[in-house]
Ligand binder design. Structure first.
Ligand code: CA
Length: 222
């Protein structure tokens, strides 16, 4: 597995490189946003660990350019900045997950492994989260092998929530995701589909939480 590590703090970069190598990654690294952008446009990596505050080009800009080129490479963002705002902005720019600085290497390792597992199952054509499984080809969702009766729009909502499991999905993102199925999807329609899906998932101990002003979050109840 080839990983690109983009971090401008030399001490942190050094210890991350060591840890990632111990995890079995072939690590390439750089300390500058423009350099990262150049490396990402020339070569394919299996995963990217990206700091946001970088010289040359910000991590957010590197991420935006990567996604603009159509690359689906999973990206784990490192950020020390105001967590919530960064999460929302980064999510829109196409980050797959976050680790907030300062962090223990064990945390980064766990997030990276979860991210790679998620990417592998997505490429295999299904999504999995908290006992739920969605077959992307047949558009059928299951809870522990039991088929769920969902409309095509509810499946579309579930698909986006599952692909971003553990992270907030904005109402506008859902509207955009649903637009392919119907002409105009407004925020009110999104609320209706989310509400219907929520009622159908409740019996399985899965909730769709509303975070006011931010969006929705798929969660497994304890
Ligand atoms: Ca930095």
């Amino acid at each position: 597995m080839r990983i690109l590590l983009v971090e401008d703090d030399p001490a942190l970069a050094g210890s991350l490189r060591q840890g990632l190598q111990q995890m079995g990654f072939a690590v390439e690294s750089c300390q500058d946003g423009s350099e990262a952008d150049a490396m990402l446009s020339l070569r394919a990596f299996d995963v990217v660990v990206l700091d946001l505050g970088l010289p040359g080009l910000s991590g957010m800009e590197v991420l935006k350019r990567l996604r603009k080129r159509g690359a689906t490479t999973p990206v784990l963002v490192l950020t020390a900045r105001d967590a919530l705002q960064d999460r929302v902005t980064g999510l829109k720019a196409g980050a797959d997950d976050y680790v907030l600085k300062p962090f223990d290497f064990e945390e980064l390792e766990a997030r990276l492994q979860a991210l790679l597992r998620r990417t592998q199952s997505e490429r295999a054509g299904y999504l999995e989260a908290g006992g739920l499984r969605l077959d992307k080809r047949s558009r059928q969702a299951f809870f522990e092998h039991q088929p769920l009766m969902l409309s095509s729009r509810e499946v579309a909502v579930l698909e986006l929530l599952m692909s971003r499991c553990g992270r907030v999905v904005g109402k506008d993102q859902l509207a955009e995701h649903l637009t392919g199925l119907e002409e105009e999807i407004g925020p009110n329609a999104v609320e209706v589909y989310v509400h219907r899906l929520r009622r159908k998932l409740e019996p399985f101990g899965i909730s769709v939480r509303t975070l006011r002003g931010l969006g929705y979050l798929l969660e497994k109840n304890d």
